[in-house]
Design a protein around this ligand. Structure first.
Ligand SMILES: Cc1cc2nc3c(=O)[nH]c(=O)nc-3n(C[C@H](O)[C@H](O)[C@H](O)COP(=O)(O)OP(=O)(O)OC[C@H]3O[C@@H](n4cnc5c(N)ncnc54)[C@H](O)[C@@H]3O)c2cc1C
Ligand SMILES: *[C@@H]1O[C@H](CO)[C@@H](O)[C@H](O)[C@H]1NC(C)=O
Ligand SMILES: *[C@@H]1O[C@H](CO)[C@@H](O)[C@H](O)[C@H]1NC(C)=O
Length: 267
């Protein structure tokens, strides 16, 4: 009986110990080094901690909302600028091991700063190195990585074709990772619907570090959830496979201002 009590006490103490977040940036680096690694691209080489000279630059480079860029804004323990699947798995492993919250950031345009702030100890898993766009004009599809901006996507499509486009947001610095996972509306919405209506596949890493590279392996429920439900609750989106839509070669755009007594609409 006493032994049993001791064991359960040990278990309780243990769980208390591991539920206390470890907020020492160096401990975070050491943790990344302990995770499975690709020798060609070590995990710690893509990690920025506050003592790295470029930490603040990298952190602020995707904080478009200055309300969340104050000295009092809670700062991450580290930024992991993942460039490979292994980096993502290592970061998630350390989130578990050190009881830190993960904030995933693609374009950083979250209205509430949720991709780079938190009220509990956290680090940023930054997706800006996931920047590949593969346009296949023959079958009218493209693969677009999560860290690509909408502007980059439009540009890459236009490089290959002047009669194909993609319905998404107006602002060209939105990250595909956050934008598509929230729906994505824009000027082509009335003809072609939302971005997610034209998303035909995706890849995701779940919270346990399992990688699903396509729609079939991730399952229809998860695929449905990450197209409108805000993907951060379901995993780290690697990218999306999209169906391009036909657009006219030339488009005429004219601004029209409605005189109004009310507050002007500020975009
Ligand atoms: C100036 C401005 C203009 C906008 N214009 C439009 C518009 O025209 N049409 C429209 O529909 N919306 C528009 N939005 C809203 C925009 O689509 C959302 O804020 C979107 O979430 C931004 O995505 P992001 O990757 O840039 O943001 P982030 O801040 O990086 O991410 C937003 C959310 O998604 C999560 N997330 C990011 N990347 C991933 C990933 N790879 N895997 C899992 N979760 C992830 C983040 O954790 C966060 O919760 C606009 C926003 C701004 C600030
Ligand atoms: C940040 O500094 C640590 C050592 O303090 C180093 O291991 C890491 O590679 C640096 N990060 C970058 C992106 O240079
Ligand atoms: C483009 O799509 C076509 C038709 O599905 C396919 O045969 C071809 O291999 C694709 N090209 C590339 C570069 O993936």
């Amino acid at each position: 009986m006493e032994k049993l009590l001791n064991i359960s006490l040990l278990l309780i103490l243990n769980s208390v110990a591991t539920s206390q977040p470890v907020t020492d940036p160096v401990a975070f680096l050491r943790c990344l080094e302990r995770q499975p690694t690709d020798p060609a691209s070590p995990n710690s080489a893509v990690a920025y901690i506050p003592t790295n000279s470029s930490f603040t630059t990298v952190l602020r480079s995707r904080i478009p909302n200055l309300r969340f860029d104050k000295p009092t804004t809670p700062k991450p323990v580290a930024i992991v600028a993942a460039a490979t699947w292994t980096h993502i798995q290592a970061a998630l492993g350390c989130a578990r091991e050190l009881s830190l919250q993960v904030r995933i950031r693609s374009g950083g345009h979250d209205f509430e700063g949720l991709s780079y702030t938190s009220t509990v100890p956290f680090f940023v898993l930054d997706m800006f190195s996931f920047r590949n766009v593969d346009v296949n004009v023959t079958d009218g599809t493209a693969w677009v990585d999560a860290g690509v901006t909408t502007g980059e996507l439009y540009y890459r499509i236009a490089e290959k074709s002047n009669v194909l486009g993609f319905p998404a947001g107006l602002c060209t610095t939105l990250g595909v990772g956050g934008h598509f996972s929230g729906g994505g509306y824009g000027t082509m919405m009335r003809k072609y619907g939302l971005s997610v209506d034209n998303v035909v596949g995706s890849g995701i890493v779940d919270s346990n570090g399992n990688i699903f590279t396509d729609r079939v392996s991730m399952g229809e429920d998860r695929f449905w959830a990450i197209r409108g439900g805000g993907a951060a609750s379901f995993g780290v989106v690697l990218g999306y496979k999209i169906r391009l839509v036909p657009v006219p070669e030339k488009v005429t755009v004219l601004p029209s201002e409605e005189p109004s007594e009310k507050e002007p609409l500020i975009l």
